[in-house]
Structure formats: C-alpha cells, structure tokens
Design a protein around this ligand. Sequence first.
Ligand code: MN
Length: 250
Amino acid sequence: MKKPIIGVTPDYNAGDRTDMGGREPTYFLRARYLKAIEEAGGIPFMLPLLSNRVEWRQMVAHVHGLLLTGSGADLAPELYGERQRHTFRCMSRERATLELGITNVAYQADVPTLGICGGMQSINVALGGTLYQDIHAQLNTPLEHLPTHSATQTAHSIHIAPRSLLRRIARTACIEVNSSHHQSVKKVAPTLIQTAVAPDGVIEAIEAPDRLFVLGVQWHPEFLHDQDPVQRRLFRALVKASEKFVLTRR
Ligand code: MN
C-alpha cells in the first residue's frame, strides 16, 4: 500500500520579526514534526498558506491526513469573539486563516486530523470553541504549564477519559506529558469532547467522536517521541487513520 500523505501546517514570519528570516517573509517548521510523521509511515507535505476555500478544498483533496503543528504565537482572540485582554504575540494572519480554514474543510471531508499544542487550539476555535487567553491570570492554577525546562522533559500528568480515542492510543488512564503553553481550551467546540485533563482541570485533549480521527493534544508529543512509545503511537494512529481514510472514504 502507498504511504498516506499528511499535510503539515508550517509557522510563518510575515516579515515583522527579528528572527526566522527577519524582514524577509519566511516559512519555518521544526524538522521533528516531519520526522515523526515519516517514522510513523507517512509522507509529510508542508502546506502553503493560501487564503481561500477553493484552494483549501484542493489541498485537502490531495492529502490523506492533516497535522496542525504548534506555534510560538497565539490565535488572535477576535477569532473566537473576544478582545485581547492579556499580553501575547498573535499568530500571523496568513497562518491563522489557513489553519482555521483548512481544519474546517478537512473536518467536513472527514480527513484524519491531529492538532498539537497551538494546533489543538486551532481545531477548537475552527469548530466554534474558545480559549483561555492566559491560564495563570484566568484560572489561578498552581500547576506550571509553561516551565522553563526543555520540552524533552515531562511537566505534569494527565488523566485520559475511558473509551476515548486517546485512551485507545495510550492504553492507560494516566500519562506524564510535557507542557509548553500559556493558553488552553475554555469552551469546547459543540461537536468536540474533552478527553484528557491535567490535575488542575486544564483541558489537555479534545476529540470529535463522530469523525474517523480528529484529536487535539495540548502537549508536544514530537519532543517526547524518541523516549516514549505512547507519543510515537499518536503519530502512528494518525497515519493508520489516514490509511483507513484512503481505503474507506476516498
Ligand atoms: Mn499542560
């Protein structure tokens, strides 16, 4: 069987940063996302940040799965109907437009989708959910979700709901994950359910129970990939769902 093609969303500097190309508009993407897909048996394709629905439909028609990667910057709160009430850098309009748009198109077409960290937040917002703009300001939790240590180290546990997609992948109710976020899901989108929480109640995974495979995880499995088989199985599960999508839905 041919390997499934997994579209991967890149990060983008629109030319207003000092790093990542500076004044020159530049795409960038951590190689470990692509490596994780490759090692799971898929072929990763980096997606261009095109801006209209016709193009999103064409791109979705050419992939068998979708990986929404994490991002240093956050979605502009206006995208989920709020004013920005805390200080943070917003994602480029180009990336946010592509990510929210293609997530919707992929959802309608039942294309398997995995969202990581900011990618999970994009899935939730794309489908009508909202975010906490600043966990510590709004939730007053003592648990640190943005520790200073490397994302190759775990930071807190999560509890996984029984009978969920994530539970089938993890094969256990409680795992240790890394954490590199200061925002999190607030209102879960109407068609999604939360399937993992941190000990402080912060939502760490969301899923679409009526879809073949839609999973968002708030941590960064690509940084634990080499040391933890559960994290490798997340990417493998996306690739397997994409293989199934080819056989049954297209
Ligand atoms: Mn966390």
